[in-house]
Design a protein around this ligand. Structure first.
Ligand code: BG6
Ligand code: MG
Length: 212
C-alpha cells in the first residue's frame, strides 16, 4: 500500500458543520451589527475560532479588546454547540462510514487532524467516538492551519513519518498545512479545486482507489 496512515480533517470532510458555524457566527455578527454572509463564512474553513473572529471583525468599525473577543467567541461556541447537539449518527453518510471501515480493515492507521476544539463532541454525535487510532485537534495545538502542527502531531500520535501518511482536506489552508508538513494530500471541494493537493477527489470513496 502506498500509505500506512490517513489523517482526516473533520469539518467538511467527515461531516458538514458549515451551516452550523454560519448560523452561530451570523447571530453574533448581527448582534454587534457587523455584516456577515456565506462568502465570508467560506473564508473560515479550516481556520481556528479566534482567527475566524478576526476575519469577521475586519468589517467592524469598532475595535474590540482581547476580553471582548473572548466573550464573542464564547457566545458563538455556545450557540454552535447547541446546534451540534441536534446531530446524530444519521449525519454520517453511508459513503463515509463504509470507506472508513474499508480503510481500517485494510490495516491503515486512521487519525483526525482538525482545528476544532469541538472534535470529540462532534465525533460522539455522529457515532465515531473511539473509532480513530488518534485525535489531533484544536485542543493540542498552538498554531492553526495553514501551519502543519495539527497534522505533524497526528502523525506522531500514530507513530508514522509524514511521508507514510495521506492528509484528507476540504480547505486550501489544510492543503497548505499538509504541504508544509511534508504530507501527500487528497482534496475535496475547494481543496480539490485549488490545484495544490496531490490528489483531487470528486467523492470521499475515491480514497479507496488512492490508498488500497
Ligand atoms: C475547523 C472549521 O474545522 O474548526 C473552522 O473548518 C472552525 O471553520 C475551526 O473555525 C474551529 O472550530 P471550533 O469548533 O474549535 O470553534
Ligand atoms: Mg475542513
Amino acid at each position: 500500500m502506498k500509505y500506512q496512515g490517513v489523517i482526516f480533517d473533520l469539518d467538511g470532510v467527515l461531516c458538514f458543520t458549515d451551516k452550523y458555524h454560519y448560523k452561530a457566527w451570523k447571530a453574533v455578527a448581527d448582534e454587534i451589527g457587523v455584516y456577515f454572509d456565506e462568502q465570508i463564512n467560506n473564508r473560515l474553513r479550516g481556520v481556528s475560532r479566534m482567527d475566524s473572529l478576526d476575519i469577521i471583525l475586519e468589517r467592524s468599525t469598532k475595535s474590540y479588546s482581547a476580553e471582548e473577543k473572548m466573550q464573542l467567541a464564547e457566545k458563538k461556541n455556545d450557540l454552535y454547540r447547541a446546534l451540534l447537539a441536534d446531530m446524530t449518527p444519521a449525519d454520517l453518510s453511508d459513503e463515509v462510514r463504509d470507506t472508513l471501515n474499508a480503510l481500517k480493515k485494510a490495516g491503515l492507521k486512521l487519525a483526525i487532524g482538525s482545528s476544532s476544539k469541538n472534535t470529540k463532541f462532534i465525533l460522539e454525535r455522529i457515532g465515531l467516538n473511539g473509532f480513530f487510532d488518534a485525535i489531533s485537534d484544536g485542543t493540542n495545538i498552538s498554531r492553526s492551519k495553514p501551519d502543519p502542527q495539527v497534522f505533524t502531531m497526528a502523525a506522531e500520535f500514530i507513530a508514522l513519518p509524514p511521508t507514510a501518511c495521506l492528509v484528507v482536506e476540504d480547505a486550501e489552508a489544510g492543503i497548505k498545512a499538509a504541504i508544509g508538513g511534508g504530507f501527500d494530500s487528497a482534496g475535496l471541494g475547494e481543496a480539490a479545486a485549488c490545484g495544490k493537493a496531490t490528489y483531487a477527489m470528486h467523492s470521499f470513496k475515491d480514497l479507496l482507489g488512492i490508498c488500497l
